[in-house]
Structures are given as C-alpha cells and as structure tokens.
Write a protein that binds this ligand. Structure first.
Ligand code: LLP
Length: 403
C-alpha cells in the first residue's frame, strides 16, 4: 500500500505518484501473452513520457512508439536502442523525418502517400535508405469514445487498403525506401476483441497479397489500445488479445510489434490533490481542491470517469459533490455528483488511473506550474520530476520585458 499522506507531506500537492512495480507487472503480462512469437513491446511514450518511466520500460527490454521527434529523443535519452524505436503520426515535419533517418530508428510509420514522397526525398538527400511501414486504416469501428477512435475512414489516420498497396509497391521499387512493417491502430481504450480481430485479419490479408508480388514484411505492428478498468469495464485479457491477433497470422512468420500505453501505465498512476474548502451553492455541494484541469484534463475533455478516494479522518454520511479545481472554467472538474464523506481543509483526494494521459496532457493554463512526479518502487519513493516554479514558467518570456 502506498502511503499517499506521507508522500503528500514530503513532496507537496498536487502530486503524481507512479507505482513502478505495477508497470513491471503489466509489461511482463503482455510480453508473456505473445510468448512463442518474436515480439517487441514498444511502449507508447505519449501515455507518460517522464524520462524515468521510459527508462523503467527500457530496462525491461521495451522499445518505444513515438509521435514526435521530441519523444524519439526522450526514448534515446532513456536508453531505448534505436532498433526498437518507431516513429508514427499523421504530420511529421521535414526536420523530424531527417533526424529519424539519421538516428537509424527501426522504422518510420508512414501515414499518407504525400508523406512517403517526403521520406523518400529526404532519405535521398541524405544518401540513405529509410525503413518504413505503412499505417493502414482498416475501416473498423473500435467501439470506443469518438475522440480516441482512429480506425474509421472518417478519421485522419492512416491510408485505405488500395493506397497502402500502391505505397508498398512504390517503396519496394525505391532505392531509398525499405518497407519492413505494416501498422494499424484502430483506437484507444478498446474493450472489445472483435474489432481488433477483424482489423488484424484485414491487415494480414494485405500482407499475403503483398507476398504474392514479392514484398516481404517483417513486422506486424498491431498498434496499442488495450483498454483498462477505470470503472466497471470488462477488459480484454492480454492472453486473449494475443490469441485473437496470432490467430489471423497463419503461415506468416512476422515479428509482432505492439504499442501499448495506457495498459502499462494508467492504473499505476495516482493524482493526489488537497482539499481547500467545501462550498455549498444552493443545493449543490462543491469540494474545491488544489489540483485542476491543467494537471489532469481527462474528465474535462472526455467526461472521463476516474475513481476517487478520500483520505480523511472525518466521519459522516456520504453526500454527492462536484470536485472542482481553481481554474476559471466551468469545465474544470474531476468528477460530478461523486459520493464523498464530509471533507475539511488539507484532507486528500486520490484520483486513480491517472498514470496515462495525465501529466502529459497537462498545461500551464492560469499560470499554474505542473505538479511534481514521484516513483514508488520496491517500497521506496523517489522524485522523478520537480514541481514547476514560477521562474520556470516565465523563463522564456522574461528577457523580452526589457524592450
Ligand atoms: N499507437 C498509436 C499509433 C496511437 O495513436 C496510440 C494512442 C497508442 C499506440 C497508444 O494507445 P493506448 O495503448 O495508450 O491506448 N488522450 C487519450 C488517449 C489518446 C490516445 C492516442 N493514441 C485519453 O486520455 O484517453
């Protein structure tokens, strides 16, 4: 059990706390599910890009799935070898493409024909060959929140099957492109297996049709998206997930590449915030806390549910309250009509499942410094990011005051 009260006293609030042992457990369970096949788990750095978190996965042999050159640099800094790093994303700048090729990462995940042209041109300028994979959009409804659904043709991601085929043939004929992988990612927080199986089947068929024209791919990149339990979701077991995908790969000798983010870190993370006051507006009860939407945006942005535990000595009947932060937006809330005991100044709320898309989606809105981050491993806590100070926030502006 993590002593949140002690951590709050030592490091202050608001505070992110990550259970590294839980991350290890999740990583191992997923790796084990693909046993019997060559596989690379490429941690989706966007879920939680703290260098110590990425290093934790690096030490277990993880690769990295990156969506900006910044994330690629983080992966390198954290010790992930180049041959396990992939670079995805719908919009890569020329500079990003150039650096990815120079760093000789495993492959660039190409998301349009126009992007393929850019990658080829830049590889040519550098006198190099760029390994690529194509992100295929299999037009499957993943049955998740529309904001995190990516595998339908009305989403901006990937290319349709015909374009993908054309791109592979082109890449295969190019002196500067080497097609090594195929990629799909239909969405995030997936809790149903059928859409994944269907998408995998479609993409495996495409691989077979490419074999027929002598294009042999090595990596079958299944994206991320494995859902977790925030509330009472029934989640997919890693073993069943692996079996559903492997079942579509008959006679294909390919290395699985899997890009989990949330599955590895979400339920390892806790956001600790302190109660400032209680407030009653007519019939409505508000609990005002020191954390806000700039720290954890998911409830405001997606109306996402996060379980919340109160750490308090006060006793009394549970009553519904909106838990709100100090930011000047009505959308600044962590939960609405959530049942909580009576709370007093300095009591703590622990907001759970905050280890993925928590800190990383934070901002400095309202000139609020972002929280500190703490890792807990083997019963020991250590700081892995300092709390941002006012000076940090104005560092890039201050000099312009002189004029
Ligand atoms: N691979 C690709 C190409 C992705 O786009 C993503 C997530 C992942 C892997 C990792 O997905 P995961 O295993 O974490 O589901 N901010 C949203 C989630 C956005 C996900 C974006 N892409 C949220 O807070 O729910």
């Amino acid at each position: 059990m993590i002593d949140f009260k002690k951590l709050a006293q030592e490091y202050g609030t608001p505070l992110y706390v990550y259970d590294f042992d839980y991350m290890t457990q999740q990583y191992e369970e997923l790796k084990e599910a693909f046993r019997g096949r060559k596989s690379i788990i490429a941690y989706a750095v966007k879920a939680n890009s703290n260098l110590s978190v990425v290093r934790h996965f690096a030490k277990m042999g993880s690769g990295a799935d990156c969506v900006s050159i910044g994330e690629v640099r983080r992966a390198f800094l954290a010790g992930i070898p180049a041959y396990k790093i992939i670079f995805s994303g719908v919009g890569k700048s020329d500079d990003e493409i150039r650096e990815a090729i120079e760093r000789d990462i495993l492959y660039i995940n190409v998301e349009s024909e126009a992007e393929l042209d850019r990658v080829e041109l830049i590889a040519k300028e550098l006198g190099k060959v760029s390994r690529i994979s194509v992100r295929v959009n299999p037009n499957i409804d993943p049955k998740t929140h529309p904001y995190i659904s990516t595998g339908l043709h009305d989403n901006k991601f990937g290319v349709d099957l015909d374009s993908a085929k054309r791109m592979y043939i082109r890449a295969n004929n190019s002196k500067h492109l080497d097609p090594v992988g195929i990629h799909f990612h239909i969405g995030s927080q997936l809790t149903e297996l059928d859409p994944i199986r269907e998408a995998s089947e479609i993409v495996a068929d495409l691989v077979r049709s490419l074999q027929a024209v002598d294009i042999e791919l090595k990596f079958f990149d299944i994206g991320g998206g494995l859902g977790i339990k925030y509330d009472n979701e029934i989640t997919i077991k890693p073993y069943d997930y692996a079996q559903a995908i492997l079942g579509t790969l008959t006679a294909l000798d390919m290395t699985i590449l899997c890009e989990p983010g949330r599955f590895l870190t979400a339920n390892a993370g806790y956001f600790i915030t302190k109660v400032l006051y209680e407030k009653q507006n007519g019939v409505k009860r508000f609990v005002v806390v020191d954390g806000a939407m700039n720290d954890l945006l998911r409830p405001s942005l997606y109306n996402a549910y996060h379980e919340i535990e109160a750490i308090t000595e006060s006793e009394g009947a549970l009553r519904e309250a909106d838990i709100v932060g100090p930011v000047c937006e009505s959308g600044d809330f962590f939960a609405k009509d959530y049942k909580l005991p009576p709370l007093k100044h300095n009591d703590l709320l622990v907001i759970k499942s905050a280890g993925a898309y928590g800190f990383g989606m934070g901002s400095n809105y309202n000139t609020r410094g972002r929280s500190a981050e703490v890792a807990v491993e083997g019963g020991e806590a250590r700081l892995i990011r300092k709390r941002e100070s006012f000076d940090d926030l104005i560092a890039l502006e201050k000099e312009f005051l002189e004029n």
